[in-house]
Design a protein around this ligand. Structure first.
Ligand SMILES: Nc1ncnc2c1ncn2[C@@H]1O[C@H](COP(=O)(O)OP(=O)(O)OP(=O)(O)O)[C@@H](O)[C@H]1O
Ligand SMILES: [Mg+2]
Length: 373
């Protein structure tokens, strides 16, 4: 959707009043189960209207965090604020949040219309208003033609959209989504990612989205928090966390990171006897420190090298064709093997690719080497 349409929608009566308070704030939020602390002293502000993702591996504490925000799990310590109000001791149904879970439980005996209207009906909203709001929601998730269908007659993506409409109809300040697309096949999942993002823009509600899929988090979010073992390792825009990872974990969890380690002296990291990787302007390195340095695979060139690049000689170890790209493993020495990703350009032919055993020169611009903790 283009920005003009978005602002036109924002000015409509249904748009929430913009607030300068963060939609969600976590202050020292901690959860321990017995002796194991699974969410550890989280501090986080999610801005109003933001699409924010919590990204991390299985078991890192994403669902537990979401459940504490929703009120289904009591924190061991710390607090949750919604729209600036401390809701830590307020029960779930009195918080201005709604949750869409991975297993979107629909009422199988009710048709789509009644599933979507369920919450409003229970709150005693009058019939004509209820019908109008349900129709508006079904329009939004493009299911107007399925209003009378039972859940059993819907596809996975359609069921997911019913669950979304059912949550959005309450116009919560915040919508919590726990891996809502995990059950869908890849194609449907991609289609729903685009749809979900455009719905969020249209309604302007804050989305707090949990996923362990890095692609999903990068493509949908305004900001991403990378979570590991109960703590947030890094938080920033997708571009920021991808281009400037600050930890080995963050670099490795988002994409392939080509980690090299060595000793930092005189502005560069000595990776092999023949390869010193300059790390210009990177603060925090002390002479003699053992550090890791990373270069993303698509930042490495294997032809058209320029004198400005850091260069090294290598041997192709493997070549794999991925349709739009070709991925090479290039060995620079006994302990250093880098992944290099090349676009398959329109005029490229199969015999233009490098083969295992070929000697190559690789290079990257100094600013593309990132030092990690
Ligand atoms: N009720 C519980 N009792 C004891 N341990 C729990 C409970 N709920 C969660 N845990 C533990 O807390 C940790 C974090 O769980 P959580 O469900 O938050 O992870 P997650 O990041 O959502 O993982 P996934 O991606 O697999 O859904 C796990 O080690 C889990 O075993
Ligand atoms: Mg989970």
């Amino acid at each position: 959707m283009n920005p003009t349409t978005a602002s036109a929608v924002d000015e409509s009566a249904a748009a929430p009043v913009p607030s300068t308070e963060p939609a969600v704030s976590l202050r020292g939020l901690t959860k321990a189960f017995g002796r194991s602390t699974v969410v550890d002293d989280l501090d986080l502000d999610v801005a109003s209207g933001e699409f924010f993702s919590l990204l991390g591996p299985s078991g890192c504490g994403k669902t537990t965090t979401l459940r504490m925000i929703a009120g289904f799990t009591d924190p061991t310590s710390g607090s949750v604020l919604v729209g600036g109000e401390d809701v830590t001791s307020i029960p779930p149904h009195k918080r201005d949040v709604n949750t869409v879970f991975q297993s979107y439980a629909l009422f199988e005996h009710l048709d789509v219309r009644r599933n979507v209207g369920f919450g409003l009906r229970r709150r005693g909203v009058d019939r004509s208003q209820l019908d109008a709001r349900v129709a508006e929601m079904l329009e939004l998730v493009e299911l107007a033609d399925k209003a009378r269908a039972r859940p059993a007659e819907l596809s996975g993506g359609q069921r997911q959209r019913v669950a979304l409409a059912r949550a959005l109809i309450n116009r919560p300040k915040v919508l919590l989504l726990d891996e809502p697309l995990a059950a869908l096949d890849l194609k449907l999942r991609h289609a729903m990612q685009v749809e979900l993002k455009s719905i969020q823009r249209e309604v302007g509600i804050t989305f707090l989205f949990v996923t362990h899929d890095q692609d999903e988090a990068l493509s949908m979010s305004d900001r991403v928090a990378i979570m590991n073992d109960g703590v947030i390792e890094q938080c920033g825009t997708p571009e920021d966390v991808y281009e400037n990872p600050t930890s080995v974990f963050a670099a490795g969890f988002i994409g392939v990171s080509n980690l090299m380690s060595g000793t930092f002296t005189d502005g560069a990291v000595g990776v092999t006897p023949d390869l010193r990787v300059p790390v210009p302007g990177r603060p925090g390195c002390v002479e003699g420190d053992r550090v890791s340095v990373a270069v993303r695979p698509e930042k490495i060139w294997m032809s058209d090298l320029t004198p400005a690049m850091v260069q090294a000689a290598g041997t192709i170890v493997s070549t794999s064709y991925h349709g739009a790209t070709t991925q090479y493993l290039v060995s620079l020495g006994p302990d250093v093997t880098l992944t290099v990703l090349e676009q398959n350009l329109p005029r490229m032919r199969a015999d233009d690719r490098w083969n295992p055993g070929d000697q190559v020169r690789i290079g990257w611009l100094p600013e593309h080497a990132v030092v990690l903790r």
